[in-house]
Design a protein around this ligand. Structure first.
Ligand SMILES: [Zn+2]
Length: 181
């Protein structure tokens, strides 16, 4: 079943250059279980407590794939607030004033599934922690190769409980890391 809801992501790097993008997500099953959600999680300074589970999950899934992720050491902050730009549900920034901050839209956050929240946060951490650029392209069935795809027209999202692990293998594949600075 394809969800009619379109989830848009914005991404901005303010460094020497400024870039922005927006992405759309289909096919996200509502309220499916994520193995690490509900574990006891230590605080992440500067991160909204409702985001801690997802930061922890990112570290756990990275480690399971041989990537030693330390989001506290990286100083990545995370806030939930209204994003005024139409349809954009998540952004990440990397600037001198606000190094490595993830912003999640409050309305999106209140109305979406755990998997969609994870997708949004992992996409942004893909940019601001793994330094991944967007990766387009589709499998033969038209589904996206990566959760790092850029926009609504390139492919069909398929971040389901069944496919989640495959997408995380791709996310943490070091061949695609450090493409941006
Ligand atoms: Zn992006």
């Amino acid at each position: 079943m394809v969800s009619q809801k379109a989830l848009l992501f914005g991404f901005a790097i303010t460094f020497l250059t400024f870039t922005a993008c927006s992405d759309q997500v289909d096919d996200i099953s509502p309220n499916e279980e994520i193995p690490t959600i509900g574990q006891e999680v230590q605080a992440y300074d500067g991160v909204h407590p409702e985001i801690w589970d997802y930061f922890n999950s990112f570290e756990v899934e990275g480690l399971a794939r041989g990537i030693d992720v330390d989001l506290r050491a990286a100083g990545i902050s995370g806030v939930i607030e209204e994003i005024l730009e139409d349809g954009v549900v998540a952004q990440s920034s990397h600037s001198s004033e606000n190094p490595k901050q993830i912003i999640i839209d409050a309305t999106f956050w209140e109305n979406t599934s755990d998997l969609a929240k994870e997708f949004a946060i992992f996409h942004e951490l893909g940019h601001c922690y793994l330094a991944r650029d967007h990766r387009e392209g589709t499998h033969e069935d038209g589904t996206c190769l990566s959760i790092m795809r850029s926009g609504p027209d390139v492919c069909r999202d398929n971040y389901t409980p069944t496919k989640r692990s495959d997408y995380l293998d791709e996310l943490f594949d070091e061949r695609f890391h450090n493409e941006i600075n």
